[in-house]
Write a protein that binds this ligand. Structure first.
Ligand SMILES: [Zn+2]
Ligand SMILES: [Zn+2]
Length: 266
């Protein structure tokens, strides 16, 4: 098992030490984990600071690597909250630090956090989806310094009532354009198993998106639990792998030093 989306107390929304996360992963027999703590620049969300100091982060990860050597592989990643005006700033961060893996997520729109500022409230469901996916498309056109797009249909989690989420057919053309640009640029999609914990009843992306991605020629997928506590590490890994196999994927991928490595799905 591998888990390529894990948080620690370097993320403001996680209170567990890196070491607690590592110990849980070791107990669960996971081969490699990648910490992907949050950096979300320029976020108005209630004054909460979703950033860490890279120097402290790498120091701690290196300590963990040394201490747990031979028991588990520990990699250093980051989950960035992208907004179009932050391209240069994120390039600076990523080019100047030895990250193994970069997840690009959309957590906010025009400096407003989707969750904290209740982005979907007061909008018609299709209007909210269109704004979100146009925003993502705009980021994808401008920015290339990432490996996978995180939880691509994240917006679904923040509908007050999940029954309001429009049918996939109503916005599949938006998604198709997004997937094409991801594929063209040689990037991948993350399968984020936390969707199941949000009671959505599916992973993010949902199977329809993964199916379309495969049909369009997309091959690169990673699996991550988005664990913010030790018990969720490796959450639904086998089930996600099985779903991918059923959809025709032969490999999932992990990343070291920003280079992808295929893992055969058994
Ligand atoms: Zn995220
Ligand atoms: Zn995350």
């Amino acid at each position: 098992m591998y888990d390529f989306h894990i948080h620690s107390d370097f993320s403001v929304d996680c209170k567990y030490l890196m070491e607690e996360m590592v110990q849980s992963a070791v107990e669960k027999g996971i081969k490699s984990i990648c910490f992907t703590d949050h950096i979300d620049y320029d976020l108005s969300g209630d004054g909460i600071n979703f950033e860490f100091r890279p120097v402290d982060y790498f120091k701690k990860i290196n300590q963990m690597k040394y201490k747990y050597m031979g028991q588990i592989e520990i990699l250093s990643g980051v989950e960035i909250g992208m907004q179009p005006h932050l391209v240069q700033r994120y390039n600076g961060l990523i080019d100047n630090h030895p990250f193994d893996f970069v997840i690009m997520s959309i957590h906010s729109i025009d400096k407003k956090d989707i969750y904290i500022d209740q982005f979907t409230r007061g909008k018609k469901p299709m209007e909210a989806l269109n704004i979100y996916y146009d925003y993502l498309y705009n980021c994808l056109e401008k920015f290339d310094n990432y490996d996978v797009v995180g939880h691509i249909d994240y917006i679904d989690r923040y509908f007050e009532d999940f029954s309001l989420i429009p049918d996939f057919k109503e916005y599949s053309s938006n998604i198709e354009n997004i997937l094409k640009i991801i594929i063209e640029k040689g990037k991948g999609l993350e399968v984020n198993t936390a969707g199941m914990r949000y009671k959505l009843g599916y992973y993010n992306p949902k199977a329809e998106i993964l199916k379309l991605y495969k049909e369009l020629g997309g091959e690169i997928v990673t699996i991550g639990s988005d664990a913010h506590n030790p018990e969720h590490i490796g959450y639904h890994y086998r089930e996600a792998e099985k779903m991918l196999r059923d959809l025709g994927f032969k490999y999932t991928y992990i990343y070291r030093d920003r280079k992808k490595v295929p893992i055969h799905i058994n």
